[in-house]
Design a protein around this ligand. Sequence first.
Ligand code: GLU
Length: 438
Amino acid sequence: MTVVTRFAPSPTGRLHVGNIRTALHNALFALKHGGRFLLRIDDTDLERSREEHVDAIHADLRWLGLHAHDFVRQSQRFATYEREFERLRDAGRVYACYETPEELDLRRKVLLGRGLPPVYERKPAGAPLPQGVAPHWRFKLDHGRSIEWDDLVRGHQKFDPALISDPVIRRADGSWLYLLPSVIDDIDLGITHVVRGEDHVSNSAVQLQMFEALGAVAPHFAHEALLVAAEGKLSKRLGSTGVDALRDAGIEAMALLSLLARLGTSQPVEAKRTLGELAEGFDFSTFGRAPAHFDLAEVEQLNAKLLHQLDYAEVADRLPNDIGEAEWLALRGNVAHLGEAAEWLRVIRGDIEVTEVVPDDKPLLAEAASAAAELDWDNDPWHALTAKLKDSTGRKGKALFLPLRRALTGRDAGPEMGPLVRLMGKDRAVSRFEKAGR
Ligand code: GLU
């Protein structure tokens, strides 16, 4: 069996972290099993769906590197839905309903008031139908046996169909609700595994019966615990922060994906450089049932760790100001975001802000200027310089290194001085020491 998964967003807004996690897990599962990962745009709701969101979904997935093998849109498949709907209606599995929302609401309240489950009550056969009113349509659940499946995350699931309302699948204006089209598509596209959030568990129960009613074998299901923000405050933002915001904040796609691949599992979160590495360890049996806590600070940390490992070729196209390979290797250990490389580049190639020099340090820096002027700059000048100054001044440790670092970089901390000093060049170093030693 070739594994086929799908990511099925509704284009009613920007993709957020929760959507990305679902997309990623579908992609990783397919990748791990040498299968196919499809993108399905759920745009049956023509009023709420927007073309700009479809474009944004494509752009976001491209940035994330989650490339689908195939792409379908529900809005292009209405004829298929119509045909399958008629088949189900002819088989007595779909029926017309005429209640208004107010009637349904009232009935619900009555049932609840009597301590009964608020399940939709089918009209007895032969009940009079209102004239001149367009019906909406429900799928008739089979109450004959319980609905059961082995969920890849939640384990064995069991539902009593008699306690579930027959779901509405089509509105009176002919438009489709999500449930039936999704099943028809999953059958046509040969989806073998449906991976989605646990908010869909009760949908799966009724959809299982739809697969059967359409004569198909249902796919496997994996319903994942939902993502919640680590801090309550963030939760609002989490649902509304698009991935574009993370990208613009300088987050690497692989930093975000590294977290989302392992969050909520029993496996450690590690900064990985490729989807292949993430796919290798991907395993639903390691997923927990408790909500997973998403923390932006964790993404930031992974971002820094990832950047520290990245080769020049992996970032070259995104580096600011034509940073060269030697420069990147000297700087990468010190940047938490790619954009910060540009700031350090000023230290190497541009002008620094001069910091106040402690009077006691001036003689040291003046001496550093003349010593530096005589060094062979191609041959580890930093080591030679500090060794010489240590001998002549008797200074060591912080008392030696900090004034030198400040004079050369304008900062108290930063990348290793050896490579930085070589890249900066003799003239620049000498003149910075001179200025500071004056
Ligand atoms: N469009 C649905 C959603 O975004 C898809 C759910 C599914 O994966 O079947 O919730």
